[in-house]
Design a protein around this ligand. Structure first.
Ligand code: GLA
Length: 381
């Protein structure tokens, strides 16, 4: 990847890059939509991600290229307008440029910029957080600033919330920033505070990307966000993390049926994250798997962010030997299912699941056997 990045940078800009950075994609392990409710969540950085190479320019122009799109997008200095259409991918790095001053950091002046990815986009693996963090690291190195990792993570989230316009929580950027091979990242989103948790030996991840995406996915995510905030307000708290499952049940009559279901999902999911930590500590992958599947059921019936395609994969995987558990990973409304398996689950089993899916839905999901990986870092040029 590194050689390809340097070669494409040279081919695009006619010179060598001066700084390079890489940030991983992530799996949401458990904790669905808990992050913006102040709850807890476990994720894993994976061994695929986004690479960014930059070199400063004297004329103040910011020139963006990507291996996923033809051409160069030139943005004149001082122009921080959102891009649209085929150029909208530039909103991630441009959003980072725009976010830096909000954290007392200097934005880079002109530069040539290239992004490359070996992370499937639209698969629920958060390529957007990966490009934000890799861009942030590269820009900060270019301007010789070294804020904390936590600040880098918050810059990425700020870019996503304020510039791209998605009201996401801290999960994606937090995991991409704090990931560690053979570990999960635990985030208490209220702080936020970040920690790593060892993953028991023998745990394997398989991703089944359905390539389906609800046409209204961004609007539906924002709608769930609003519903949770409204439920918290009815319950008299700032965030749903501040109520217990018993309190939600006691307030059933005061909540609309929809708000009751959303609130139940959040508080019960937070309890499942705690139970998962205990099961991980005990090395009990079967118990962890059951919690993952229970999380999916809750997304399906209470948070209502699953789809027929995701449900089918979770069912089919649940009936397949050597699978501990499976659930949708990420925002939902399409995207991907993650399965936690033993080493005995292999390509043949994954292929059978994909074939069954193809019979029902007419297209095969992409299958990815992925490993955990390290968090965002500069790469030696
Ligand atoms: C998306 C968001 C995250 C989180 C998940 C759902 O991935 O970007 O912040 O809310 O959905 O848990």
């Amino acid at each position: 990847m590194k050689t390809a990045l340097v070669n494409l940078f040279r081919a695009t800009f006619g010179r060598a890059p001066e700084i390079m950075a890489r940030a991983p994609g992530r799996i949401e392990f458990i904790g669905n939509h808990t992050d913006y409710n102040g709850g807890t969540v476990l994720g894993a950085a994976i061994d695929r991600g986004v690479w960014v190479a930059v070199a400063p320019r004297e004329d103040g122009q910011r020139r963006f290229a990507s291996d996923q799109r033809a051409g160069v997008v030139a943005v004149s200095w001082g122009n921080l307008d959102k891009r649209s259409g085929a150029e909208s991918w530039v909103n991630y790095p441009l959003g980072v440029v725009a976010a830096l001053p909000a954290f007392g950091l200097r934005a880079p002046a002109g530069f040539d910029y290239l992004a490359m990815s070996d992370l499937p986009t639209g698969a629920g693996l958060s390529s957007s957080a990966a490009i934000e963090l890799a861009s942030g690291l590269a820009f900060l190195a270019m301007t010789r600033q070294e804020p904390s990792r936590e600040t880098l993570v918050k810059v990425g989230q700020h870019a996503e919330n304020q510039f791209v316009g998605v009201p996401c929580g801290i999960l994606d950027q937090g995991v991409s920033g704090f990931g560690r091979k053979d570990h999960l990242v635990f985030i208490d989103c209220r702080g936020p505070t970040f920690a790593t948790v060892p993953l028991p030996a023998g745990a394997h991840f398989w991703i089944f990307n359905t390539h389906t995406k609800h046409a209204l996915v961004d609007g539906l995510y924002a709608a769930r966000h609003r519903e949770c905030m409204a439920a918290a307000q009815t319950l008299g708290v700032g965030q749903l993390v501040d109520v217990s499952p018993a309190e939600v049940w006691a307030a059933e009559a005061r909540l609309s049926p929809g708000a009751f279901k959303r609130a139940r999902h959040i508080v019960e999911e937070i309890a499942r994250v705690t139970a998962t930590q205990d099961a991980l500590r005990a090395g009990d992958l079967a118990a962890v798997g059951n919690l993952l599947t229970a999380s999916h059921r809750s997304s399906q019936t209470l948070f209502e962010n699953s789809t027929a395609e995701l449900d089918f994969l979770v069912e089919t995987l649940g009936a397949t030997p050597h699978v501990f558990g499976a659930r949708l990973t990420g925002g939902g409304f399409g995207g991907a299912v993650m399965a936690l398996t033993s080493a005995k689950f292999g390509a043949a089993q994954a292929d059978a699941v994909a074939a069954a899916y193809a019979v029902k839905f007419g297209a095969r999901p992409d299958v990815l056997h992925t490993q955990t990986g390290d968090g965002a870092a500069l790469v030696a040029v």
